[in-house]
Design a protein around this ligand. Structure first.
Ligand SMILES: N[C@@H](CCC(=O)N[C@@H](CS)C(=O)NCC(=O)O)C(=O)O
Length: 216
């Protein structure tokens, strides 16, 4: 089994999940900036043309970060980052979906339609006029989340989960490319600082991120 990997917050999220669990897998690096992910043979494996993917020993390919993490959790249940009871798993999935639908998808679209336009305009349909609105929607989602983080270590209370990793990797990246964290969101900022201090966050950050100008 190997992880098809590259620069970027989504591959970083899976690597951070693996680091938290102590899972080590061979990494195969693809040239995202050069568009290797948008042509065969990669698109024969993952037709969405996005990275990461997990290639199993029998050649099957699992794509989508959260699906990859769920699969890895089934193979390596400890420490649980989805959950060890039906209730915990449901709570994690509820929050992961809320985070993706209300925050991270808007943040990524805001980036792709603005600062990332040069990279994305020939890959996907980009709507530059919508960029500011996407960022506003992302901010609305963060503002909605902020009071619910009060008094909590993590999104699911005292349990670190994949929902935290999805949000952290996106926020950390986007803050470095034009979507700074609003200082008014006190709980959100404190949560971000706690996540950023984790060894897994530091271990998965590209050593040349400053040179690249983005936290990937
Ligand atoms: N929904 C996908 C998103 C993956 C994604 O957006 N990956 C980015 C890297 S962070 C990518 O492949 N970007 C290059 C491209 O889209 O061409 C997932 O969860 O795996």
């Amino acid at each position: 089994m190997k992880l098809l990997n590259s620069l970027g917050p989504n591959p970083r999220m899976v690597r951070m999940f693996m680091a938290e669990k102590g899972i080590s897998l061979p990494l195969v690096d693809l040239d995202l900036l050069g568009g290797e992910n948008r042509r065969p043979p990669y698109t024969d494996k993952n037709p969405s043309g996005q990275i990461p993917s997990l290639e199993l020993d029998d050649g099957k390919v699992i794509a989508e970060t959260v699906a990859i993490c769920e699969y890895l959790e089934e193979l390596h249940p400890q420490p649980p980052l989805v959950g060890s009871t039906p209730e915990q798993r449901a709570e994690t999935r509820m929050w992961t979906r809320r985070i993706e639908l209300n925050i991270t998808e808007y943040m990524y679209a805001g980036f792709r339609f603005a600062e990332g336009l040069g990279l994305f305009e020939n890959r996907i349909r980009c709507l530059p006029d919508a960029a500011a609105g996407m960022k506003t929607k992302a901010h609305d989602g963060q503002e909605w989340l902020d009071p619910m983080l009060a008094g909590k270590q993590f999104i699911c209370g005292d349990r670190l989960t994949v929902a935290d990793l999805v949000l952290y990797c996106c926020v950390d990246f986007c803050a470095s490319v034009g979507q700074p964290i609003d200082p008014a969101l006190k709980n959100f900022n404190a949560w971000y600082q706690r996540m950023d201090a984790r060894p897994s966050a530091q271990q998965t950050l590209a050593t040349n991120w400053k040179e690249l100008g983005m936290r990937v």
